[in-house]
Design a protein around this ligand. Structure first.
Ligand code: FE2
Ligand code: FE2
Length: 213
């Protein structure tokens, strides 16, 4: 966490370390994975490839969410906002771990574009924070809304064929709704429509690419 006594150099080193941990899947604690107790579903090759593509999108989405929140936290105007963002990022790390675990079970890789998306999202988060904490929380609200929407699409798409992935996505969707509400209650404002449109466009590019590589 950033403090007034810590030099900017140290803070940036901490952020660099965080990025390496996220990208190299270094986890500090094991999490109870939703649906862990369920048996592996019987998926044919194309179902398996499709589900893995969707879970890879969700994994990259969680990489983006963490980077966004850490970028926002670094430049947050007050400590309460910073603590809020760090707590949200911690929960996104759980989601990241769950998606990673499911990708492993499906025998699939994470997206090779994750380093780009981490840096991209960190820069966006840093930029958002410069406009003040209300706008910063507004980014959280819109990000969570978009994530919730694509999680719902994936839940509808996967259906009953893969209860293990469904259990993870269901729990993530509930958590994302709560994150959005928390940011709204903390004073977040609705972002202007053009900003939302740009975010939607970037999210579509991320989904298109991460599904494939
Ligand atoms: Fe998440
Ligand atoms: Fe979230």
């Amino acid at each position: 966490m950033r403090t007034s006594t810590e030099s900017l150099g140290n803070q940036l080193m901490t952020e660099f370390d965080r990025m390496l941990k996220v990208l190299n899947h270094v986890t500090e604690h094991a999490d109870a994975i939703p649906g862990k107790e369920l048996p592996q579903p019987e998926l044919d090759e194309s179902q398996c490839r499709h589900t893995a593509g969707l879970m890879r999108i969700n994994h990259t989405g969680e990489v983006c969410a963490q980077a966004l929140y850490y970028g926002q936290a670094l430049w947050a105007k007050d400590d309460q906002t910073r603590t809020h963002l760090h707590r949200a990022a911690e929960e996104e790390r759980d989601h990241l771990n769950w998606c990673q675990a499911r990708l492993d079970e499906l025998g699939a890789q994470v997206s090779i574009t994750n380093p780009y998306w981490y840096m991209h999202s960190f820069a966006i988060g840093s930029l958002a924070a410069l406009f003040g904490d209300e706008i910063s929380y507004g980014f959280v609200i819109e990000t969570e809304r978009q994530v919730e929407s694509h999680l719902q699409e994936h839940i509808d798409d996967i259906g009953e064929q893969d209860p293990k992935s469904m259990a993870i996505l269901d729990q993530m969707r509930l958590d994302e709704i709560r994150h959005g509400n928390d940011a709204r209650n903390a004073g977040g404002v609705e972002l202007p429509e053009p900003v939302k449109l740009v975010m939607t466009g970037m999210s579509k590019i991320m989904k298109f690419v991460s599904y494939r590589i």
